[in-house]
Design a protein around this ligand. Structure first.
Ligand code: SF4
Length: 317
């Protein structure tokens, strides 16, 4: 949950999640829909899907016990090298090197390493460094303290902006401090403007209910319930007749909604339609009619929530 998301945002989600899924088995047995519903609003839904899948793999391949071996932990969906190493260190005292974003920053500054840490060459160098710096002797509790100290140093002292060098134990040896290059290290990501995409989301209204469609399991909003999507420039009524076998009158368009993903920006044109007749049963072909209340409680992405809430509160339409 904390990947790309701040602690303060995560806490209520984390507590609700643990209350519903207190152990691996309960998570593995739950339907994905329920997992994603508890994730709804947190974004980056691949994390929720991976977590669910990981729980199922632990049950089917590891007898319900979280694996201890670094390679086995890393095989679980959604767990990269550094996260697997951190789990191995803190849960089992494994002698493994970590390299999260904060640690990369500390190493890049302290050892004066140029190059964007996301590039393979720089990252390989940083990993080598992380391995070499591991405490040699295996004294009980030492690897945990070392790893925690490294993470804390990056999170609280050697912060991205305004690092507290005066309080830093690495200051006497720090290359960036000595050479006054703190603001230059680590090297920033080469900038590329995010591509802009556009789409139409259809708000099909039928006797106080709205039509939602299940997204394919991968891709953006994978596995979530979403408003039907239509390519820009299509005739909404004709599209609905073709795809959902229903008759509907377009209502006045709502203002566009902008949403940013990590790799692109999306401009959504919401098109409400009043359904006159339809033949779609309550749940058919991955589509479902839901009351607004139920829709808002389902696993829906944030922009869909933003579109449904004002209608539910009768602010618009
Ligand atoms: S001296 Fe400053 S720049 Fe260097 S590691 Fe410490 S906090 Fe970071």
């Amino acid at each position: 949950m904390l990947q790309q998301t701040q602690v303060i945002t995560v806490i209520p989600y984390y507590l609700r999640f643990l209350q519903r899924f207190p152990d691996i088995n309960s998570l593995a047995l739950a339907p994905l829909d329920e997992v994603l519903a508890l994730w709804s609003g947190l974004g980056y839904y691949a994390r929720g899907r991976n977590l669910h899948q990981a729980a199922q793999l632990i049950v089917s391949h590891h007898g319900g016990e979280f694996p201890r071996d670094l390679a086995a932990i890393q095989q679980l969906p959604g767990i990269g090298h550094s996260t697997a190493a951190a789990i191995a260190v803190f849960a089992y005292g494994g002698h493994c090197a970590i390299l999260d974003g904060n640690v990369k920053r500390v190493f890049a500054r302290c050892f004066g390493i140029d190059g964007y840490p996301g590039e393979r060459k720089t990252e390989t160098l940083l990993w080598q460094m992380a391995e070499q710096l591991l405490p040699r002797e295996k004294i009980q509790g030492q690897i945990e303290s070392y790893t925690q100290a490294l993470m804390d140093l990056g999170a609280t002292i050697c912060t991205r902006s305004k690092p507290q060098c005066a309080a830093c134990p690495l200051q006497p040896d720090c290359v960036a401090f000595r050479e006054k290059r703190i603001d230059k290290l680590p090297t920033a990501k080469p900038r590329k403007p995010l591509p802009q995409k556009e789409t139409v989301l259809l708000l099909l209204l039928w006797r106080g209910e709205i039509l939602l469609e299940k997204r394919p399991p991968t891709g953006i909003w994978g596995g979530l319930w979403c408003l039907p999507e239509m390519p820009l420039g299509e005739n909404a009524a004709a599209y609905c007749a073709r795809h959902f076998d229903l008759r509907a009158h377009p209502l006045p368009e709502l203002p566009p909604l902008d949403h940013s993903f990590t790799h692109f920006k999306l401009r959504i044109y919401p098109q409400p339609l009043q359904v006159v007749t339809h033949t779609l049963a309550a749940r058919e072909n991955g589509a479902i009619w839901l009351t607004f209340e139920d829709a808002l409680g389902a696993a829906i992405p944030t922009p869909v929530r933003k579109l449904l809430l004002p209608i539910y509160n009768k602010v618009c339409l």
